[in-house]
Design a protein around this ligand. Structure first.
Ligand SMILES: NC(=O)c1ccc[n+]([C@@H]2O[C@H](COP(=O)([O-])OP(=O)(O)OC[C@H]3O[C@@H](n4cnc5c(N)ncnc54)[C@H](O)[C@@H]3O)[C@@H](O)[C@H]2O)c1
Length: 431
């Protein structure tokens, strides 16, 4: 039996050890789903505290609850380790490490390079390697493949290499790892066949594409689509502001068109690990091919300017109340980058706070999901949302529209309100 058929047979019988490198927002839910599907799973992370916590049954990722984690721990199907050498026993290894931007907004693939090196140390015959991290087209073939083949093993014959982008949407109550269709592209047809067989047990719908580059580009198209459309909605917010028209009324009315329109909404700017970052991976790749990705650049510009737009709205609102930003207390409601999650990464709230402080405001915040955070050496602690904290603020700016926030209380108790999310008027106010 050849290596591909041997791995497929193992997948069918579930008698297989699945390694997952990087146990964060993406890797942990995937690892738990693979364990629930009947595989034995070995999660590898460089952070000892993450590994110790997971082995003790404590999840640090909101989409995986402790009970779910403890169930796979009790069943003996999930274990975490900081010892990368143990991945030698893994029949398949999924890589879910971060792909941030450098200071100059160039791709930082150093985590992929490090994870590839870990895999290289343990690569053996009859093993499948899958990259999940969002990255530019060509990464799997140009960075991973040569490193792995330098061991003397041959792709498509001895080992199998594929790219399969993760689409997890943290906090989404409807779609999670299993029921979100998963795109897979292999270096060779057998790579695709093997990886589809491996994921079939844990994912309801697989979407095979012809190459790793196509799979890499799918993820970037999805994120760019959102960035560009949010950028358009944000530009509409600026246009409507200048025209004195309610942008939300315009968008809601446009959304009644049953075809040819998809609703996107304006806000304080982009946040999270994906949408503000991934399009720059494509822009960077295309710069190297002498092509300027204009939609990406323009959407990035508009979205990045939104925090400054909202800080100007705070200044205008305070001015109406005969106050200056300098010396005023501004209460920021919601600092997570989107509703009902605790993730602060790239959150526009951080830019808004920084700009307000630069202009001399004293900033407090309330976020039911983020009890505290550090930024620029400054430690922030969430204040309770009460009539007292509202009365103490000269202005309240709603940045994240968490469901758990009492917008009725804000409406009744705040002196001046700037609402970046239209949260007060979306039927959330408790009167
Ligand atoms: N968070 C999301 O919503 C989301 C959605 C889709 C895709 N993605 C993509 O998935 C990838 C992972 O993102 P994430 O949000 O899970 O990141 P994360 O920061 O939550 O988790 C990454 C984990 O990898 C670990 N790690 C870093 N280097 C390592 C190494 N060399 N070996 C082992 N472990 C290592 C870190 O300690 C961390 O625990 C990124 O490319 C991201 O763009 C993220």
């Amino acid at each position: 039996m050849n290596a591909a058929d041997a791995l497929i047979k193992k997948a069918e019988s579930r008698d297989l050890l699945f390694g997952v490198i990087g146990l964060g927002y993406v890797g942990l839910p995937l690892a738990v789903e693979l364990a629930k599907a009947g595989y034995r799973v070995l999660g590898f992370d460089v952070l000892q505290r993450v590994v110790t916590g997971l082995n003790a049954g404590h999840s640090h990722v909101k989409d995986v609850d402790d009970q779910e984690l403890q169930a796979v721990r009790r069943a003996g199907t999930f274990e975490a380790t900081t010892d990368g050498a143990r991945l030698r026993d893994a029949d398949a290894i999924s890589i879910c490490v971060p792909t941030p931007l450098s200071k100059f907004k160039d791709p930082d693939v150093s985590y992929i390079v490090a994870a590839t090196d870990t895999v290289k140390q343990v690569l053996r015959s009859v093993q499948a390697i899958i990259l999940e991290s969002t990255t530019y087209p060509g990464t799997t073939r140009e960075i991973m493949l040569p490193a792995l083949e330098s061991t003397g093993l041959k792709v498509g014959k001895d080992f199998f290499l594929a790219f399969s982008p993760e689409r997890v949407d943290p906090g989404n109550p409807q779609y999670h790892t299993r029921n979100t269709p998963k795109v897979v592209g292999g270096i060779t047809p057998d790579c695709l066949r093997v990886v589809c067989a491996l994921y079939q047990a844990a994912i309801d719908t697989l979407v095979p594409v012809s190459t790793t580059e196509a799979a890499e580009l799918v993820k970037l198209l999805e994120n760019t689509f959102r960035s560009v459309n949010i950028g358009l909605a944000n530009e509409m917010a600026i246009v409507c502001d200048k025209l004195g028209v309610d942008v939300w009324e315009v968008i809601d009315a446009a959304a009644t068109k049953p075809f040819g329109f998809m609703k996107f909404t304006p806000g304080p700017g982009l946040g999270g690990h994906c949408i503000p970052i991934a399009p720059h991976y494509l822009a960077w790749k295309m710069r190297g091919l002498n092509y300027k990705t204009r939609f990406i650049d323009l959407a990035g510009e508009v979205n990045t300017e939104m925090p400054a737009f909202w800080v100007r709205k705070v200044a205008d609102a305070l001015n109406q109340a005969s106050k200056a930003v300098r010396g005023s207390t501004v209460l920021v409601v919601g600092v997570a980058y989107k509703k009902d999650i605790d993730d602060l990464r790239e959150s526009p709230a951080l830019d808004i706070i920084k700009l307000l402080e630069q202009q001399g405001a004293s900033v407090t915040y309330h976020d039911p999901y983020v009890p505290q955070f550090e930024e620029n050496g400054h430690s922030f602690h969430s204040v309770p949302l009460t009539s007292q904290s509202l009365a103490a603020a000269d202005c309240v700016i709603i940045v994240t529209d968490h469901s758990a926030v009492d917008y009725g209380l804000i409406r009744r108790g705040a002196k001046v309100i700037v609402d970046t999310r239209h949260a007060l008027d979306r039927g959330k106010a408790s009167a």
